[in-house]
Design a protein around this ligand. Structure first.
Ligand code: TXE
Length: 466
């Protein structure tokens, strides 16, 4: 694939250099992406700054153009989805689904009516003003959907943006920039690409007033530290180690399918995937077997292959990390009820893996694996399971599985995280609901009016009473 350019000030621009992009289904380089460089970054920031005064003024126009952007993205899905599959690895139908998600988010923010906020006595108005230029940094698991989570509320609120995708998946975002270039005024959305140091240059840059970041907790902390230097605002969507707690009245056969896909969708490379399952001793063996049966039946193949349900892991470091965590668990006495090994073919393919016999204190339970491997942990006492579920620095989402909704809700109330689903996982990921993590899983929220407010600063306007 060739011809990928950055979008700066409404024009296609090359980088100062270029870097390789690898197809995870083959492990081979298949394209090059522009490497932005500091001067181009300055141009992008200057363009975003220059576009801000006009863009912030006309909300009606912003809403209309976001709607047009949604339509254009939808129309471009046939071109973008194969690029997403090539660089990310996900099956083509999932690539289409991701682009459809981005379209939904753009539409939601275009349509969202925001109430006027006035003081109780009506004498003052509280207005949410845009901040200015937003630097947006995205990861490689859902490059387009997560970019739209930032673009839609930030632009709707009246900000302009410089967006940088992950160096593992730059191409679809660059192609989306090209599509939106035809619609948005020059400078409103600049899309650049480069290796990790470009992210650090963006967070240290004097122009942006806000950093919106999705990625690892380690990098998120670096972003927060850099932003503190000149008090840039930050929203951080970071990692998770989401627990699913199965109660003793659940039916393993009934919940296994939903639980399995809550852990393995996108090959487990989801911040809010189920990353550890706590199951009561009485149901343990049945649940492990029901999950393992599903893991064994899944078709893992290149994202371009007809019928592929899971693709490869996105990149070599992640592939090695997953293999290392599974190997460590097996060395410490866990058993692979399904999988447990890489798949013997080129690319970063790994068998969907269900681990039994691992417990807290094993790395794959304590850390975020972010891949197709799931430990199932036995518990005797529900209180102890809740304590173990909370016993982590993460706090993104969780789930409780039981046919008794009141009982499940009582357990949910004990969990320290940003979202709990009952008999599902992550069901609250919707454009209209706030999404964010407690503890080291993040700072601030995305989505809904709350997400948009994060791209604003409050200003009180008091009328002349005389
Ligand atoms: O993430 P990084 P990586 C987790 C997952 C995975 C781990 C590492 O556990 O194993 O992160 O993945 C940019 N200043 N998640 O290394 O480094 C980088 O270029 C500013 C969870 O890919 O966090 C990319 O655009 N930006 C996660 C983005 O940060 C910097 C999704 C994310 O990269 C930077 C992905 C810096 N100093 C991985 N260094 C989720 N929450 O869903 C890098 N970047």
């Amino acid at each position: 694939m060739t011809g990928f350019a950055m979008t700066v000030d409404g024009a296609a621009v090359p980088g100062a250099g270029a870097f390789d992009v690898v197809d995870p289904a083959t492990g081979e380089v298949f394209a090059q992406a522009p490497d932005c460089g500091a001067d181009r970054l300055d141009q992008a920031m200057a363009a975003a700054s220059a576009a801000f005064p006009a863009w912030r003024r006309d909300e009606k126009r912003r809403r209309a153009l976001l709607r047009e952007a949604a339509d254009a993205l939808r129309a471009a899905a046939g071109r973008l989805a194969p690029i997403l599959t090539a660089e990310q690895g996900k099956p083509l139908k999932d690539a289409h689904r991701e682009i459809a998600t981005a379209v939904t988010w753009l539409r939601y923010y275009a349509d969202l009516d925001l109430p006027r906020e006035v003081s109780q006595d009506g004498s003052a108005e509280v207005i949410r003003r845009p901040l200015g230029v937003v630097a947006a940094i995205t990861p490689w698991n859902f490059p387009i959907a997560l970019a739209a989570w930032k673009i839609a509320p930030a632009l709707r609120a009246g900000n302009t943006m410089v967006l940088k995708p992950s160096p593992y998946t730059p191409l679809t975002t660059l192609a989306m920039g090209e599509t939106l270039r035809a619609i948005l005024p020059p400078g409103v959305l600049n899309v650049i690409s480069g290796r990790d140091p470009l992210g650090a240059l963006m967070t240290a840059h004097p122009v942006p007033r806000k950093i919106s970041f999705t990625g690892s907790t380690a990098t998120g902390k670096r972003v927060a530290a850099a932003a503190a230097e000149d008090l840039k605002r930050v929203t951080l969507e970071l990692g998770g180690n989401d627990p699913a707690i199965v109660l003793d009245d659940a039916d393993p056969g009934q919940i296994a399918d939903s639980l399995f896909w809550s852990a393995f969708a996108n090959n487990g490379q989801v911040c809010l995937a189920v990353k550890r399952v706590y199951a009561p001793e009485r149901l343990y063996a049945d649940l492990v077997e029901a999950l393992a049966a599903r893991a064994r039946s899944v078709r893992v193949d290149a994202g371009t292959a007809e019928g592929a349900q899971l693709g490869p892991i996105n990149n070599r470091p992640q592939y090695e990390r997953v293999a290392g965590l599974v190997g460590d668990a097996l060395d410490r006495g866990a058993t692979a009820a399904a999988g447990g090994r890489p798949i013997d073919r080129p690319g970063y393919f790994y068998q969907p893996t269900i681990l039994s016999g691992a417990s807290d204190g094993t790395r794959i339970v304590d850390e975020e694996q972010f891949g197709p491997a799931l430990p199932v942990i036995a518990y005797r006492d529900l209180g102890e399971a809740v304590e173990r579920a909370n016993g982590t620095t993460y706090g993104l989402t969780a789930s409780v599985w039981s046919p008794d909704p009141d009982r499940a809700a009582r357990v949910a109330a004990e969990l320290d995280c940003g979202q709990v689903s009952i008999n599902a996982h992550g069901r609250g990921v919707r454009p209209d609901l706030p999404f964010g993590g407690h503890k080291w899983s993040g700072l601030g929220v995305e989505n809904g009016p709350w997400g948009l407010y994060g791209y604003t600063e409050l200003q009180v306007l008091v009328g002349n009473e005389s």
